[in-house]
Design a protein around this ligand. Sequence first.
Ligand SMILES: CC(C)(COP(=O)(O)OP(=O)(O)OC[C@H]1O[C@@H](n2cnc3c(N)ncnc32)[C@H](O)[C@@H]1OP(=O)(O)O)[C@@H](O)C(=O)NCCC(=O)NCCS
Length: 158
Amino acid sequence: MTADDLPAVLAVQRLAHGDAYQEAAEVLDAKRQRSPAACWVACDAEGMVGYVFAHDWPGEAPPPLHAALPAVESSACGFLHDLAVVPRAHGCGVGGALFSAVQQWSLAADHEALNLVSLASAATYWQRAGFVPVLPIEQSVMAAYGDGACFMRLTLGR
Ligand SMILES: CC(C)(COP(=O)(O)OP(=O)(O)OC[C@H]1O[C@@H](n2cnc3c(N)ncnc32)[C@H](O)[C@@H]1OP(=O)(O)O)[C@@H](O)C(=O)NCCC(=O)NCCS
């Protein structure tokens, strides 16, 4: 993913998540710049069909949503910020391929774990990929992610 991809990323985000989840382009680009090698797009002949954002992050809790990432002293983990695929490409393996790219990046970075916040509707998807819920998490942070959102972890075995 490059900065030039962001308009198409925002369009995919709207198609996959609806309007309620939209993050500002500058917030997304700040997340991309934190770990550019961990952010990917997937395209077919008609255009972009999916994207994933991930970045270095400490493991204790998720970063605040809709805000630039604060500086941190060390990041023992990766954080998968968002994975989205347009409905017309669902079930074709795009999500799995994007997730695999992030997992390889996190392994190569020697992270202890890869963390994410699952939307309520995606918890089963992440459990199938090996993620387990982490509790408890400060509710003021989790509230911005929506009802039923869950902080989850995939231990990478460092
Ligand atoms: C979740 C998402 C990324 C999956 O993308 P995808 O390209 O369709 O996924 P894949 O083709 O790699 O995998 C498809 C498999 O995952 C399953 N799956 C897809 N979405 C799922 C969900 N929300 N819950 C449980 N299983 C799901 C499919 O049933 C299919 O199972 P099968 O292999 O047994 O047939 C996509 O549905 C999406 O963008 N959803 C909206 C945004 C979202 O919720 N993102 C996650 C944010 S935490």
